[in-house]
Write a protein that binds this ligand. Structure first.
Ligand code: ATP
Ligand code: MG
Ligand code: MG
Length: 379
């Protein structure tokens, strides 16, 4: 009996546990909170990630460890890796935790990135704005997610407001200034690399964000072969440079035909949730296969899929369940503003069929605005 340890017990761990059940896997989740939503499907150890006694017990009870949460302290990941196999490796995790290290790596690998500058003091901000140009975005280097820890700078006059918002965090999490990319589209590539180095990538996915949070994903993206090849090439270079094992995502901006890298997620990714129903093998199943050294599953799409995120609270399920290609995922979380509480995936054989399904669901749920950009892309 193989037990997979997961650091972090959110919806990603929950969906991993569900995907691992047919493989006969057991799971153990380490999370610092009592109400982790993976706990419904996996035994839990509730402790701080820095608690060495808890890490020791965790290591003793598992065969391999992986992550649902990328911000596990790097020292904890390293401690664990000294006692049990950990995938992805702690160095890959550390690079992906820090926007500066991540962008520096992308640049070394000749992957296009926005202009960027690291900042430690208020004095450095003005010079950085002058160098990067406006508009630009001040971001925390570490611990940001769902657009938190970001301040958009339209002109140099916004520097004081930006510093007031994020300056107090500079010493703790670091700051980076990034040029604003006037992208035409946002895309992501979700890929998996096995222990033997084999790399597979699902088709490019197009993503729409609202208030910095993923709202909808369409896969396969309406994109030509050359874009797909550019994305796969970038994913391969990153994965090989980090000796990465498992699933990861690269978030990309499409700007004048070029894919500019925004960030990487060293884990299964929200823009890959459609693979549960929309691909031969889901990102969750392939992540488990990768970390266990099993053969990887095929990543080919099955039809056309759109994933809709439910943020804050769950809508009623009936309209999605009534669709022939409708699939519902309720993470079992209590409602809270800005919280990802579930998602739906609509799948159809044709793009026209998917657009029709989105139109029906958008109307039934009063979420026309959420589905509109996807329908516009499909028609
Ligand atoms: P996630 O939940 O994806 O980890 P995050 O907090 O790490 O989010 P980012 O991915 O950096 O945040 O930014 C969130 C969104 O804000 C992006 O998907 C994009 O829509 C927009 N954005 C971020 N950086 C830039 C940029 N340099 N130029 C243009 N838009 C940007
Ligand atoms: Mg991020
Ligand atoms: Mg992001």
């Amino acid at each position: 009996m193989t037990t997979v340890g997961i650091l972090g017990g959110g919806q990603l761990a929950r969906m991993m546990a569900l995907a691992g059940a047919p493989l006969g896997l057991r799971f153990l989740v380490l999370d610092s909170t009592a109400d982790a939503c993976a706990a419904q499907f996996a035994p839990m150890l509730q402790a701080d990630y820095r608690d060495e006694a808890a890490l020791a017990e965790f290591a003793r009870r598992i065969d391999v460890a992986t992550f649902d949460f990328e911000n596990v302290p790097a020292e904890s990941a390293q401690w664990l890796a000294d006692h049990v196999p950990v995938f992805p490796n702690p160095r890959a995790l550390a690079v992906a935790q820090d926007r500066l290290a991540e962008k520096t790596l992308f640049r070394e690998l000749d992957i296009p990135v926005p202009e960027f500058a690291t900042i430690d003091t208020r004095g450095e901000l003005d010079a950085a704005i002058a160098r990067v140009g406006t508009p630009c975005i001040l971001k925390t280097r570490r611990l940001g997610y769902d657009g938190k820890g970001q301040f958009r700078i339209k002109s140099p006059a916004d520097a004081d407001a930006a510093w007031a918002a994020l300056g107090p965090q500079a010493a703790r999490v670091g700051l980076i200034l990034e040029g604003f990319v006037a992208f035409q589209r946002e895309l992501s590539v979700v890929a998996v690399r096995g222990r033997d180095g084999e790399l597979r990538a699902w088709p490019l996915t197009e993503n729409w964000h609202v208030d910095g949070i993923l709202s909808a994903s369409l896969a396969p993206a309406v994109a030509d072969e050359s874009l797909q090849a550019q994305a796969l090439d970038a994913a391969r270079r990153v994965a090989e440079a980090l000796d990465y094992v498992g699933v990861f995502a690269l978030e990309l901006f499409l700007h004048d035909g070029v894919l500019v890298a925004n960030e990487m997620a060293p884990r299964v990714h929200n823009s890959g949730h459609w693979t549960i129903e929309g691909a031969e093998t889901s990102q969750f199943q392939n992540h488990l296969r990768a970390v266990l050294g099993l053969p990887l599953g095929a990543v080919r799409p099955v039809g056309h899929s759109c994933m809709l995120n439910w943020i804050g609270e769950m809508p009623p399920a009936a309209a999605v369940l009534a669709e022939p290609g409708g699939h519902w995922h309720d993470y079992g979380k209590s409602p809270r503003v800005g919280r990802k509480v579930g998602h739906a995936t609509l799948r159809a054989e044709t793009t026209a069929g998917l657009a029709d399904a989105l139109e029906r669901v958008g109307k039934a749920l009063g979420r026309e605005a959420q589905v509109a950009p996807v329908i516009a892309r499909l028609r």
